[in-house]
Design a protein around this ligand. Structure first.
Ligand code: FAD
Length: 286
C-alpha cells in the first residue's frame, strides 16, 4: 500500500506489536491480535529482532497473519546492521511469498554480543537497496524527535532523515517521546529541511517505572516533570499507576491530534486492553 494514500485526509491510527520472545511460539500473539484487530487500526507493524537479538522468520509470519486472518495492512520491520545483502534477499523472498508489501527499514539496535555484518551501516543504505531490488515494496523509516543518541548533532540527524526520504522512504514513525513540545519542534525542523513525507508520532503508554527508565536510557528520550511525578507517586500502587499512565498517554494523543499530527503509532506492547482503552478515548477525534 502506498503510504501517501493511507494518510490522505485523515489522522492515521496504527499499532505496533512484537513477536513472542521464545522462537516457535508464534501462536501466543493470536490473543493480542484478536483484541487489537477489533479497533481496526490503519495498519499493524511488527518488530524484527529488537534489542539487537537475532531475528527469526516470525516477523514475516505474524505480518502474514495480520493480513490474511485480520484483513489489516501489515508493516514488517526490517533491520540491516546484522544482515548481509544475501540475508535481505532471502527476507524479500519471504515477504513476497507472504504478500507483504510494506516494510519499516531500520539500521537496528547494536548488540555487543553480535558482530555486525558489513553490507549495510545505515538505514538509508537498506532503503536504497530495497528500492532497487524490490521496487514493489513501500518503505517507511524511523525518526527521532529528541535526536538519535548516536547523532553528531540534531542538524545532522535531520539531514540524514532527509536522505532516507530521498532514498525512497515514504513515511516516518517517530521514537517514543513524552513531551509534545519536543515533537512540534522536531516537526518544524523537518519542514524547514523540506521533508514532505507524513510523520506519525510514536506513543508508548507507560506500564512500569523500571521498564520505562531502562527504555529511555537506551533510546535517548527524556521524562518530563509531569510524568516523573506520576511515576514516583504511584509506583507502589499498580492500579493508580496504570490509570495515571493511561491518562497521560491519552492526554498526549488528544493534544497531538488537536495540533494536526499526521498519525498516532501506538507501541502496544502486545496489550490489547491498553490499545482498546486508548482508541476508545480518542476515536471520535481521528
Ligand atoms: P539510521 O537512520 O541509520 O540512524 C542511526 C544514526 O546514524 C543516527 O544518529 C543518524 O543520524 C546517523 N546516520 C544516519 N545515516 C547516516 C549516514 N549516512 N552517515 C552517518 N550517520 C548517519 N530496532 C530493532 O532492532 N528492531 C525493530 O523492529 C525496531 N523498530 C523500531 C521502530 C521505530 C518506530 C523506531 C523509532 C525504532 C525502532 N528500532 C528497532 C530501533 C532502531 O533500530 C534504532 O533506533 C537504531 O539505533 C537506529 O535505527 P535507524 O533506522 O533510525 O538508523
Amino acid at each position: 500500500m502506498q503510504m501517501q494514500k493511507l494518510f490522505n485526509g485523515h489522522t492515521v491510527f496504527s499499532v505496533e506489536v512484537f513477536p513472542p520472545k521464545k522462537p516457535g511460539t508464534i501462536g501466543s500473539i493470536t490473543s493480542a491480535l484478536d483484541g487489537i484487530s477489533g479497533i481496526k487500526p490503519d495498519f499493524i507493524s511488527c518488530t524484527y529482532g529488537a534489542g539487537g537479538n537475532p531475528a527469526d522468520t516470525s516477523t514475516v509470519d505474524i505480518c502474514r497473519m495480520i493480513k490474511e486472518k485480520y484483513g489489516i495492512l501489515p508493516i514488517a520491520h526490517l533491520t540491516c546492521v546484522n544482515n548481509s545483502r544475501e540475508d535481505i534477499d532471502n527476507i524479500i523472498g519471504l515477504l513476497d511469498n507472504a504478500g507483504v508489501t510494506n516494510v519499516l527499514a531500520l539500521r537496528g539496535d547494536k548488540n555487543d554480543k553480535v558482530k555486525p555484518k558489513e553490507d549495510f551501516f545505515h538505514a538509508s543504505e537498506l532503503i536504497s537497496y530495497l528500492r532497487q531490488k524490490a521496487p514493489h515494496i513501500h518503505i517507511s523509516a524511523a525518526c527521532y524527535p529528541e535526536t538519535h543518541p548516536d547523532s553528531e548533532s540534531a542538524v545532522s540527524d535531520i539531514l540524514y532523515l532527509k536522505e532516507k526520504e530521498q532514498c525512497g522512504a515514504e513515511h516516518f514513525i517517530s521514537q517514543l517521546f513524552f513531551d509534545n513540545e519536543d515533537f512540534y519542534a522536531f516537526r518544524e525542523k523537518t519542514l524547514i529541511a523540506g521533508i514532505k513525507s507524513p510523520i506519525e508520532a510514536g506513543i508508548m503508554p507507560v506500564t512500569g517505572k523500571s521498564g520505562i527508565l531502562r527504555m529511555v536510557s537506551m533510546c535517548g528520550a527524556s521524562i518530563p516533570k509531569k510524568l516523573s511525578r506520576i511515576l514516583n507517586k504511584y509506583e507502589n500502587d499498580p492500579r493508580a499507576f496504570a490509570d495515571a499512565c493511561l491518562a497521560y498517554a491519552i492526554d498526549q494523543i488528544i493534544d497531538l491530534i488537536a495540533n494536526d499530527v499526521d498519525g498516532i503509532h501506538l507501541y502496544s506492547m502486545n496489550r490489547p486492553d491498553i490499545a482498546q482503552s486508548i482508541y476508545g478515548a480518542v476515536k471520535n477525534m481521528l
